[in-house]
Write a protein that binds this ligand. Structure first.
Ligand SMILES: Nc1ncnc2c1ncn2[C@@H]1O[C@H](COP(=O)(O)O)[C@@H](OP(=O)(O)O)[C@H]1O
Ligand SMILES: [Mg+2]
Length: 354
């Protein structure tokens, strides 16, 4: 297959994710200005989640009218159809229309029904055949509410393989966040990462046109390698990653940030390792890793589960994997994998002695 066969789809995905990012930026700005009480209220993130999903779905359909459309996405409209959600649906529709009209590319006005239909086109189950878009309309909702990192993550599966991915990270500084815990005094904030199979990974300032090629940090020395993990301890076992880092000889403290911004930051070399070990029983969803994983692999890295298997996106809405997800460069992977397996074995043994 020719490496340029997804050019049109990639351009559409970048437009869709950028426009959805505008909507999220508007909501997050208003949210951070609001008082404490409304910060505890979940409705802003709900509005931005649905609004982002509606925009991505509408833009992809407008940009690629001749393609059969299948979208695997996080949200559906069941709650929005309830009587008590009428006001929320109106807010979302206004926000979608305001975003289209302020950006200016599309002179359309959508109805509440259009918004519901656009959201519900995300009900696909994906799978190993045909093409499926995969979307997380706001990845890192906890970060979004805190005013920290979040991402709009969009990927395309073709016959079960991720063939392109786009990550819009509105709060990620354009220059390295190594050792900064996701924060920076840098005034250029907001990145758009993109990758197409066989063509490398790129980064540009969000809402700006020119993109530059990026690549992972190629260090073989764990002492030079910092590692990323979830900000939320509920999403990943921080103790286990710290045991792995110690075994490997990593010196730097973990860089904890929300969302697939971790994959973007790793793809451009801010750190060399990303460790993710959910608590027992958690099933990873494909939209939490599809875009991030192709951005990293096209930048020269690899993403596997804790047994060293490649991530398989062809099994439907969930990833079927062994224990956790580890991401690094090709040189470090063998020693990382041994450290991971040893630490997991020790953890299991000490649990069985308790
Ligand atoms: N108990 C859990 N363990 C692991 N991941 C979880 C989790 N609960 C939620 N998540 C996932 O973790 C994602 C955020 O990842 P991170 O921890 O890297 O910021 C969430 O995405 P959403 O915010 O889109 O719901 C959600 O899909
Ligand atoms: Mg998510």
């Amino acid at each position: 297959m020719s490496s340029s066969s997804y050019e049109k789809e990639l351009a559409a995905a970048k437009k869709a994710a950028s426009l959805a990012a505008r909507l999220c930026q508007t909501v997050q700005k208003a949210l951070l200005k609001s008082d404490i009480q409304s910060k505890a209220d979940k409705s802003p993130v709900t509005v931005a989640d649905y609004g982002s999903q509606a925009i991505v779905s509408l833009v992809l359909k407008m940009e690629l009218p001749s393609e059969k459309f299948s979208l695997v996405a996080e949200e559906d409209s069941a709650d929005l159809q309830k009587d008590e959600s009428q006001e929320t649906l109106k807010r979302i529709t206004d926000l979608v229309n305001d975003t289209f009209s302020s950006e200016g590319t599309y002179s359309i006005s959508v109805s509440e029904e259009d918004v519901l239909a656009a959201i519900d086109s995300g009900k696909s189950d994906g799978g190993p055949h045909g093409r499926h878009w995969v979307l997380d309309p706001i990845d890192g909702t906890k970060g979004f509410v805190r005013g920290d990192q979040y991402a709009i993550a969009l990927a395309l599966l073709d016959e079960g393989r991720v063939v392109l991915g786009v990550l819009a990270c509105p709060n990620l500084p354009f220059t390295s966040i190594a050792n900064l815990d996701g924060h920076s005094s840098e005034n250029q904030i907001g990145c758009l990462f993109s990758a197409q199979t066989g063509c490398g990974a790129y980064m540009q300032l969000l809402h700006e046109p020119s993109a530059a090629k990026i690549s992972v940090c190629t260090t073989e020395n764990p002492a030079d390698a910092s590692f990323f993990e979830s900000y939320e301890a509920a999403h990943s076992l921080h103790d286990l990653s710290s045991a792995i880092a110690k075994k490997l000889g990593v010196q730097a403290p973990p860089v904890r940030i929300d969302s697939q911004a971790k994959y973007g930051a790793l793809a451009r070399g801010d750190g060399a390792i990303y460790l993710r070990f959910p608590h027992k029983g958690y099933r990873e969803k494909i939209w939490d890793h599809a875009a991030g994983s192709i951005v990293v692999t096209e930048a020269g890295g690899i993403a596997t589960d804790a047994a060293g298997n490649n991530l398989d996106f062809s099994k439907g809405r969930y990833l079927d994997l062994d224990t956790g997800i580890i991401v690094t460069n090709k040189k470090l992977m063998p020693s990382l994998l041994s450290a991971v397996q040893e630490a997991i074995r020790e953890q299991t043994q000490s649990a069985s002695h308790m």
